[in-house]
Design a protein. Sequence first.
Length: 121
Amino acid sequence: MKTFVALTAAVLALSTTGVLAADPDAGAKVFKNQCTACHSNVAGKKLVGPSLFGIVGRKAGTQDFAYSDANKNSGITWDEATLEQYLVAPGKMVVGTKMTYAGLKNDTQRADLIAYLATLK
């Protein structure tokens, strides 16, 4: 019984802190609503911004795109943690970036979007 109570408490703690897994399907909807005006999810397809296909694990500013010097010289390799920080306020993380997006403030949507981006391989 004590094990059941402890396990239940742990599950409740995780569910209230947002640590549960993000939803890439929901992230695809966020991508469609928030990103597709400027970015493609197709490899090599540039729009106003670079394709986000394969973004997770890629060094910033290395795709065939006219990046800002700030982005090219940022030294960032995109992973879940750097995307999390960047998507909150791109211009604050990479001062001088061309990306004029104000940021995605909703924690759940941001986590879902990052989970979706991780599927683009």
